[in-house]
Design a protein around this ligand. Sequence first.
Ligand code: HEC
Ligand code: HEC
Length: 394
Amino acid sequence: MHLNKLVSLSAILIGSVLMLSSCQKETTAVNYTASEYEELSKSVNLPGELYNYTVDAPAFINTGSFFSIDPSQLNRANHTATLGRVLFYDELLSRNGTVSCGSCHVQTSGFAHNEALSEGFDGETTVRNSLALGTTAMGLTTSYGSSNGGAALAGFSWDDSIHSMEEQTQAAIENPAEMGMTMKDMVERVKSISYYDILFRKAFGEDEINEENLLAAITQFVNAISSNESKFDEGMNQTLDVNKDFANFTVAENLGKSLYNSNCASCHGAQHDFTVKAVANNGLDEVYADQGKGAVSGFSSDMGVFKVPFLRNIGLSGPYMHDGRFASLEEVVDFYSNQVKNHDNLSFELKANNGQAKQMNFSESEKVALVAYLETLTDEEMIKDDKFADPFGK
Ligand code: HEC
Ligand code: HEC
């Protein structure tokens, strides 16, 4: 191993040991004064002892130092994520007090929305299907678009056009079909709500309520949403080789895994940690109504090209594709089996040797196996974890 790598690896290891010992201390501390807690409890249902928002990625995923939090900052970071959680679910933050981030990113749906298009504050619908959040073990979808800049990874949104979590949050707040606010309105609104006084002070000290802190808090919360306890992760943790059969899988799930690894992993990634391709055309149509990345860049090679989505919690996050055209995973598998279209930009992974769209022609039992495998990516813990739940108790 290269020396630099070794040095940074041991720094990570030491860092995580420190983090672990300090988490245990922090979570036993009481985090609010009695009067603060009484005031907060009138409106929001928060625990008196902070939840720990540290991301515990499984060992098979190398997260580098990206998610490590300086132990001396952990209490602050947990307060920031707690504030982010309240902001994420607060309907008062949309123009007419009717929608929050949580309206279109629903915990039990893997933080996606079970509608093809979602209604914003005034009933107008979004242009595309809501994307799942926290769909990787380390929250990669919601972080790599930003400062960490992983080269092969997509930015945010189906058209790959947004490059940081803060930018994505601001876009949702300001989108006339989503929350319909301006950042300035948002800051004024937050200043007028009493519980934010306490929550901002805990997270940012005496720093005032401002745009930057508001976006930072939502980012801290969304980045903490991470899926890493699915049946797939359990199998990976035991076997440490994605190409071997997993002992905790049924025969069908293992068959599905091997079909997936040979037909799908070249884009979506075998370990569900990184997508191999950032964006691609997967031949949904010969002529696209929505050109995706092409509508932004104007390049003919980007027409019909969309972000390659992560598939964690895919069993919960339907309907599927950028326009939500497929209601079920069975329909998705039928599509890949023999309905891929010969679009000019169809990605080579989906072409046969003759240059035409590949006919995977799965048998009925192979289709069942693929769906069974995709369902092993559901993380039952994440979707019922109280630290990610709506604190307004709806
Ligand atoms: C009215 C529904 C709606 C609301 C409200 C909403 N979103 Fe979204 N969100 C969407 C849709 C639709 C997309 C996909 C947009 C696209 O690709 O054009 C999306 C995409 C995202 C993504 C990109 C995920 C990825 O992997 O690329 C993130 C992150 C996100 N939203 C976070 C938020 C946050 C934070 C809030 C609150 C400030 C919020 N959203 C409010 C519907 C909504
Ligand atoms: C060429 C790369 C590529 C390959 C190979 C590929 N996909 Fe996809 N997949 C994509 C892209 C791009 C999208 C988004 C397309 C869109 O919405 O326009 C997508 C979307 C999906 C979705 C919907 C995700 C969501 O959140 O709505 C599922 C499920 C899926 N693929 C499963 C599979 C399976 C199963 C296979 C193998 C049989 C496979 N994919 C092979 C690129 C690929």
